[in-house]
Design a protein around this ligand. Structure first.
Ligand code: OOB
Length: 550
């Protein structure tokens, strides 16, 4: 096990192996078997590129050899910040094959996030596109490299732009050269960590989630089965593929697991997605609630034939029942609600569930070995039907974050349950209904914001005495963020504070949507800042003490 990671206790590991959850396979082997089984069938579609399973497997071998030649070693961490492009797959499978560990960053992350990830994970390399959505990632990489001298390589998919950066294309060795690098590579074990995912977070600094080959492949197998994926399935990836939902629930990896076809989209807009659904005969797609609303609104006015689409998955944030009711009628496909987390547990409504379940619940755990408990503030189980915090453990839920011993004591119970921070109730048939959240996080249309992280950045401003960030309801995104600030040392405007955060390199989705100024914060009985009262204030922003327009 990678240093800094917590394995499952042997008793549990043995149980999961005996039960057939963990089948002792690595991602490298998985792709090899799929290439043998599905050879010339198309695995990935990206623009006009159609890449077969055999081709993907070969590209991965050649790139793996190139990574080894560059000096990237097993267990070393590599930050992967790629959009939905074909080289994402070459890159991650090549890293899997040599046992190096991708650390998944999202395309929206900026200097603040990437510098932290590189430093904290002691990354050997950072892999980026040249440009995407009008943003030059090479400028970002130059800043990152200046702050993290231990970063050995910046690898660019596309034009590297400067001499010190490596072109990803140049790393694919010829077949003949491959064997000399491939042969001395010691492949990873199935129980080894395969990669690190970023947690949505509740703390000042983001946490990293170590997932093993065994546990993640199990989650792919179960997800693919529940979603009835097979070699004829066509999955449309519109959400950024590095996120756990489109990556594995069943996502792009679950589709490859089943021998299906992955279609990559650079945007989720109906203008991009609908023509792809029609021309590529897409059978399943995954979206976050705000995007589902856009699709529902656009569908009646568009002419594309969406009739191949069988399943629309919606997850990442709570989907309103009102919108959920319209999916089948407007888009002509089944709705599947997905409630999951990068830490592990994923719940699905099943494809043959009646409408009252698919509309009103967020699904049930995918594995019979998932354990879920709903508890009150004293960790005592609540009565059936009551709301409690959801705790979970199971064959694909981590037992601890990477290098975070102290935080792990709070985030996990002593018997290994992960405290999700989500408030839920259980229906008599075992389906979860998400009722709210006890964690200090804002869910902005699926993008998770740790309040404390933004508060810390605000506190770095010389005029800010104190800061508290809370969610405010939003019709479209579900929630937006509102920062309350107490100022000293002279005046500062909301816009100046937002600019300050942007200049600190914070990702755009973390910049508060609104800033409110106060003379003091309301407190709870024990003297803590009352976020509950602040949330209420954010709703009634006409409150006299608050000046949201300042
Ligand atoms: C997914 O993963 P993360 O790690 O970005 O966020 C997890 C959190 C959950 O703890 C919950 O607070 C929220 O996102 N969430 C939902 C939800 N799905 C996720 N809240 C209400 N309803 C839902 N359907 O977001 C994720 C990972 C795998 C599959 C699906 C989503």
């Amino acid at each position: 096990m990678l240093a800094g990671c917590k394995a499952w206790p042997e008793e549990f590991a043995a149980r999961y192996r005996e039960a057939g959850c963990w089948q002792g396979e690595t991602f490298g082997e998985l792709l090899r078997k799929r290439a043998a089984a599905f050879g010339e069938r198309v695995a990935v579609v990206c623009g006009d590129k159609h890449i077969s399973y055999a081709e993907l497997d070969n590209r991965v071998d050649r790139l793996a050899a190139g990574f080894l030649k560059l000096g990237i070693k097993a267990q070393e961490r590599v930050i992967v910040q790629l959009p939905n492009i074909a080289s994402f797959f070459d890159t991650i499978f090549a890293l899997f094959r040599i046992g190096a560990l991708p650390v998944f960053a999202l395309p929206v992350h900026r200097r603040n996030e990437i510098v932290y990830l590189c430093g904290f994970s002691e990354a050997a390399a950072y892999i980026i596109p040249d440009m995407d959505s009008g943003f030059d990632y090479r400028d970002l990489a130059a800043q990152v490299q200046a702050s993290v001298p231990s970063l050995r390589h910046v690898i660019v998919a596309g034009d590297p732009g400067q001499e010190t950066f490596v072109s990803l294309d140049d790393l694919y060795l010829d077949d003949s050269e491959c064997s000399s690098y491939g042969s001395d590579a010691e492949g990873p074990e199935p129980g080894d960590v395969a990669f690190l995912q970023l947690s949505g977070g509740t703390t000042g600094l983001p946490k990293l989630i170590p997932r093993t080959h065994d546990d993640y492949i199990y989650s792919l197998r179960m997800s693919a089965e529940i979603c009835s994926l097979d070699k004829d399935s066509v999955y449309l990836a519109v959400l950024p593929v590095a996120h756990n939902f489109p990556l594995s629930s069943p996502g792009v990896l679950g589709t490859l697991y089943a021998g299906g076809r992955v279609v990559l989209a650079r945007s989720g807009s109906p203008e991009t997605a609908f023509p792809l659904i029609a021309s590529e005969y897409v059978t399943i797609a995954a979206v976050v609630p705000p995007l589902a609303l856009i699709w529902l609104e656009a569908a009646p006015t568009r002419s594309e034939d969406l009739s191949n689409l069988q399943v629309l998955q919606v997850g990442g944030a709570k989907f309103s029942a009102e919108a959920a009711k319209r999916v089948q009628m407007v888009l002509g496909c089944k709705l599947q609600q997905v409630y999951g987390m990068a830490e592990g547990l994923v719940n699905y409504t099943r494809l043959d569930d009646p409408e009252d379940i698919t509309v009103f619940t967020q699904g049930r755990p995918m594995s019979p070995y998932d354990e879920v408990r709903l508890v009150d503030e004293d960790d005592v189980e609540v009565a059936p039907g009551e709301v409690g915090e959801l705790l979970t453990r199971g064959p694909y839920t981590i037992r601890g974050y990477y290098k975070a011993d102290k935080h792990n004591e709070k985030a996990f119970t002593t018997d290994g349950f992960y405290r999700t921070g989500d408030l839920a109730s259980l229906t008599p048939s075992g389906y979860l209904v998400i009722e709210g959240r006890s964690k200090d996080q804002i869910n902005r249309g699926g993008d998770k914001i740790a309040a404390e992280e933004v508060e810390n950045h605000l506190l770095a401003h010389p005029s800010v005495h104190d800061a508290a960030v809370v969610a405010m309801p939003d019709e479209y995104l579900g929630e937006r963020s509102c920062a309350f600030v107490i100022v000293h040392n002279g005046a500062v405007s909301g816009n100046e504070l937002k600019m300050f955060l942007r200049n600190r390199g914070l990702a755009a989705y973390k910049i508060p949507d609104r800033v409110g100024f106060m003379d003091s914060f309301p407190h709870t009985g024990v003297g803590k800042v009352s976020k509950k009262q602040l949330r209420e204030l954010a709703v009634q922003n006409q409150d006299a003490r608050l000046n949201l327009s300042k």
